[in-house]
Design a binder for this molecule. Structure first.
Ligand code: TMP
Ligand code: MG
Length: 287
């Protein structure tokens, strides 16, 4: 199989033969049977750049124009408590789940208290260090050119991530987003978050709640899934009569401790890889 990107040193696979089989099956079935489902933070966006961590959607909001110094500190304290739990291999999902709900609930309450102004979001995104991974434009454009639907399924903030892809010029009509959206009052100030909360361990429920979306895509039984957390693995749980799924996982952090569990869960694990090259290599082969 001619996908040179799969020979890169960042690529690890539990079963290379199986990966090749899935890719061949997808290639035979063609792009009209394909859909792509991707996480956003640290999957479509970079984890680090020039040795510095890049922000998540929530971290992008951490800007003096939107929130006070005190709120900034509180969000940082939450991150310091809960991020190590999120990425702790020693704890089960059952144990982590209520703690993740706690994190999201507290963070969203803090943001609401700040009455964040809708019309400042674009500016704050522009000022941020958020960066889509190298090769993102080829990825988004290829999917659009071949009419392949891309679902971005994020526990981040929908308004923020939409602005990131809009500013990058890749918010094409084939892109659909499931995420946490802000609810603004008449004056344009944040008053709540809309709908059911999406956190990193309830993407299965989020998928099932959006049944209409997957019903529309019933003929697209082949799925390319991209994620960076083990919680991202359930993003395709709403897909109708799934034929083949290829799961690509970015292993950005705590690489040594988490490698084994990632290799068990994802078909392809990308170790400290800041590019979309592997996904692009596969897409060029099957579309
Ligand atoms: P994702 O589903 O698009 O990856 O978004 C989830 C990420 O958001 C997850 O890795 C944790 C991160 N996060 C923050 O950085 N700050 C916060 O306050 C919260 C609640 C989540
Ligand atoms: Mg993520």
């Amino acid at each position: 199989m001619q996908i040179p990107e799969l020979a890169r040193p960042s690529v690890c696979m539990r079963d290379r033969g199986r990966v090749e089989e899935i890719i061949q099956a997808m290639q035979r079935a063609g792009p009209s049977t394909l859909q792509v489902i991707s996480d956003f933070d640290m999957t479509l966006t970079r984890f680090s750049y020039n040795g510095k961590r890049c922000p998540t959607c929530h971290n992008i909001l951490d800007n003096r124009k939107l929130i006070s110094e005190e709120c900034k500190q509180k969000l940082k304290d939450l991150l310091n408590v809960y991020y190590p739990i999120e990425s702790d291999v020693g704890r089960s999902v059952e144990e982590k789940l209520p703690l993740m709900v706690e994190w999201w609930t507290k963070a969203h309450a803090l943001l609401v208290q700040q009455k964040i102004q809708k019309d400042l979001l674009a500016l704050v995104v522009r000022e941020s260090d958020a960066r889509l991974r190298e090769g993102y434009r080829a990825f988004f454009d290829r999917l659009q050119d071949h009419d392949v639907p891309l679902l971005i399924f994020s526990a981040g903030v929908g308004d923020v991530l939409e602005e990131v892809i809009r500013q990058a010029g890749v918010f094409h009509p084939n892109v659909k987003v499931f995420s946490n959206y802000m609810d603004f009052d008449e004056s344009g100030a944040l008053r709540a978050f809309k709908g059911e909360l999406i956190h990193i361990y309830n993407k299965r429920e989020g998928a099932l709640l959006n049944a209409a979306h997957f019903r529309e895509l019933w003929a697209r039984r082949n799925v390319l899934l991209l994620g960076d957390s083990l919680g991202d693995l359930t993003m395709a749980d709403g897909v109708h009569s799934l034929a083949n799924i290829l799961k690509i996982g970015y292993l950005n952090d705590k690489v040594e401790e988490r490698k084994e569990s990632y290799l068990r869960a994802y078909d392809i694990v990308l170790e400290r890889d800041e590019t979309m090259d592997v996904a692009n290599g596969i897409l060029w082969h099957i579309t």
